[in-house]
Design a protein around this ligand. Structure first.
Ligand code: MN
Ligand code: MN
Length: 453
């Protein structure tokens, strides 16, 4: 019998390989990384909480310097063997996530219910926030300047909050008959916070009782809401998802998955040739403006502080011009239920590793800081050499929509930068999904970038 010719794949062609296949045998590490990440996601629901959690963890490492910007942005720095004037390495990611913020005068009573008015933050699909348990996280500054930290709605035995939705029986005209963006209005996203009257009060009895409870529990009065950052977020823990526990489900993975991977990478990185910064910023979801966002001069301030600490004379603009950066942010994964919004050969897939996004933007790459071929080549060579699962990804079909990251704001300094992060399903939803292997590959990619000479 003639020998059957073995079928070979074309060595010239590129065939994507699953991250689970490339990292076969490393399941224990993938799971351990996911466990720590799930704990972080479950505890941390705001940019302030993220800064505190990551800063606390980094204090164990004496080789790391931490610079804090108003408790909402953080730079973790590891000194390299080369002088700052050779340029630095930066992994930048954002700590803020879409949510509902309380208005300055939020508390009112209607229909014998006490309610809090909200103003949504970032790109949300409003219907996703209705009829589900919600928590309040944040800080209130009292008139005497003292701060009251608030976290309520997470633990068993404490109450949560919710926004009600119209019953289907009566939703015909008000919701079903309308376009999605008209059916769900931001001004109707009011949080139910109480219903029991203060029987001794003369008017607004339910609101009166809530004010009394707030005063007794937190020592705050109604006007204190005007000096507060209070965020309404999905209540509950992040979870493993699937019979095989292969996915992580939870709120705020855009972009705390990259912030977590970047901080883990700089903690674990040893002997970085260039001084390296894990830069964690705020305000990305609303355009990166503000003094804690990527458009602020925080990075320059960190560089000045580093130069002082290391006693090196630098011109910050030149250092940044010579620097290389990775913008750690998520991409949209190929959606099995809505494949029509993707172009399959250029969409990132769950489980295929960290996604390198050459450009973002919309309508002909508008608003993108596209990475140059040379820089893509350099990143690609690192990832291949270290056998880290990676893929490319474009956010949707041409002209389907689009998005952006902080990459373009750092590119203004002249540094090379490219987006590198895991793909997500249900991005910006109260329960986002990531693949455990992609999360781990993201950590490996950031660490390899930091340690590359
Ligand atoms: Mn993001
Ligand atoms: Mn986002």
């Amino acid at each position: 019998m003639p020998k059957k010719k073995p079928s070979h794949t074309n060595p010239l062609a590129h065939k994507p390989r699953s991250g689970w296949d490339i990292l076969a045998g490393k399941e224990a590490r993938i799971d351990a990384f996911a466990r720590d990440y799930i704990r972080f996601l479950s505890t941390v629901k705001t940019e302030r909480e993220a800064v505190a959690y990551i800063r606390d963890r980094s204090t164990l490492d004496k080789g790391l310097l931490a610079f804090d910007n108003r408790g909402k942005a953080l730079a973790l720095c590891r000194t390299g063997s080369r002088p700052l004037s050779d340029g630095i390495r930066i992994v930048v990611s954002h700590l803020d996530s879409p949510r509902l913020d309380l208005k300055a005068n939020p508390l009112y009573e209607d229909t014998e219910l006490a309610m809090l008015k909200t103003h949504y933050y970032g790109g949300i699909k409003k219907y996703q926030w209705l009829a589900r348990p919600l928590a309040i996280h944040g800080v209130v500054i009292r008139e005497d300047g003292t701060a009251v930290n608030v976290v309520i709605g997470e633990e068993d035995g404490e109450p949560c909050f919710t926004i009600e939705d119209l019953l289907p029986h009566l939703a015909g005209k008000a919701q079903y008959g309308k376009k999605l963006e008209e059916a769900f209005q931001g001004e109707k996203l009011n949080l139910i916070v109480g219903s029991r009257p203060d029987l001794k009060a003369k008017e607004e009895k339910v609101k009166a009782r809530i004010l009394d409870l707030l005063h007794r529990r937190y020592g705050i009065v109604e006007q204190d809401f005007t000096s507060a950052d209070l965020e309404v977020v999905p209540a509950g823990r992040a979870r493993e998802v699937g019979f095989d526990s292969s996915l992580v489900g939870g709120y705020g993975q855009d972009d705390r998955v990259c912030a977590w991977a970047a901080s883990a990478a700089i903690l674990d990185a040893r002997k970085v040739p260039y001084t390296t910064i894990a830069l964690l910023v705020d305000k990305e979801e609303i355009g990166s403006d503000g003094n804690t966002g990527a458009k602020s001069i925080f990075l320059e301030e960190v560089l000045w502080a580093l130069a002082e600490r290391l006693k090196q004379d630098i011109a910050p603009a030149r250092v940044l011009y010579r620097s290389r950066a990775v913008s750690g942010d998520v991409n949209g994964a190929l959606d099995p239920d809505y494949p029509e919004v993707h172009e399959k050969s250029n969409a990132a897939r769950m489980g295929y590793g960290v996604c390198v996004t050459k450009f973002t933007g919309s309508r002909g790459k508008s608003g993108a800081s596209e990475a140059h071929a040379e820089y893509m080549g350099w990143i690609r060579s690192i990832l291949n050499r270290k056998k880290i699962p990676w893929q490319t990804g474009e956010l949707g079909k041409v002209d389907e929509g689009g998005g952006g990251t902080v990459a373009k704001f750092l590119a203004e300094y002249g540094m090379d930068i490219v987006d590198v992060g895991p793909p997500l399903l249900s991005m910006h939803a109260p329960f986002e999904l990531a693949s455990k292997v992609d999360c781990y590959a993201t950590y490996l990619a950031y660490r390899a970038f930091m340690e590359e000479s």
